[in-house]
Write a protein that binds this ligand. Sequence first.
Ligand SMILES: [Zn+2]
Length: 301
Amino acid sequence: MQTMMGIDLGGTKIEIALVDAIQGVIYKDRVPTPQHAYNAILDAICALVDKTMGQQKIPLPQAIGIGIPGCLDPSTNRIRGSNTVVMNGKPLQQDLQHRLGCKVHLQNDANCLAVSEAVDGAAKGCPVVFAVIIGTGCGAGIAIDGKAWTGNNAIAGEWGHNPLPWPSAEEIQIAPCWCGQVGCQETWISGTAFAHDHARHTGERINGEQIIAKMRAGDLSAQESFARYVNRLARALASVMNVLDPDAIVLGGGMSNVDEIYQALPSEIIRYTFTKPIATPVLKAMHGDSSGVRGAAWLTK
Ligand SMILES: [Zn+2]
């Protein structure tokens, strides 16, 4: 199989990789994202592709896969919902195809994670995979038979902007979300939300890593913050179980590195699913930071 080329176009960095179906990532490079200028983003992507071809002495591939925050609006073929806001409303796929001279596949970055982990990662061989990126925000993607499932309107996986289910009295005091709605799951289960919740309860403004360190040191308030977090994540995932019933759930992003989550989640999820027991494993993404770029490369197959 020919080497596949993938690009992860993130908010802070643009990463390129060559991926071999057997050996995995065989070449990687990255540059900072010029966040404030669309044309500079196009220039940076083209320069990375040229540099990769030159260094690896390979021809231009027939197709390149690119993972993006946000998605391609199927009605306009323009980007929408990206937190790199200069890309919104832009015909990124057409512009890159024109500049590069090859086919460009664009896909939401959480869908790329789902594909990467379904093809040869933690959920290898699972027919239906629900993957979540929990970091600054909270995105999700679905892979079916190793392919991204985007849906009829390209909103499949925008689960972070569903409301938190089975809310407590405290959680009904809902917070506005950047998307225009209120009380979205992202406002409760992102890494940012974890820190905000801890600050609300304790008055202590520390980040997620610091809360986890305190929890491991035996601090009671940090343990309670973590328990609230796991319970909310479990409710959000139980609603996925009741709709999609995937073969595996994979967690990526910063919060996915907290190993205690995997011990605590399963028994919390089954408190809320319609039937029990639940055989679906919740797994840590195997390829970590590389999942986005790997999944992008697999889009070309
Ligand atoms: Zn929202």
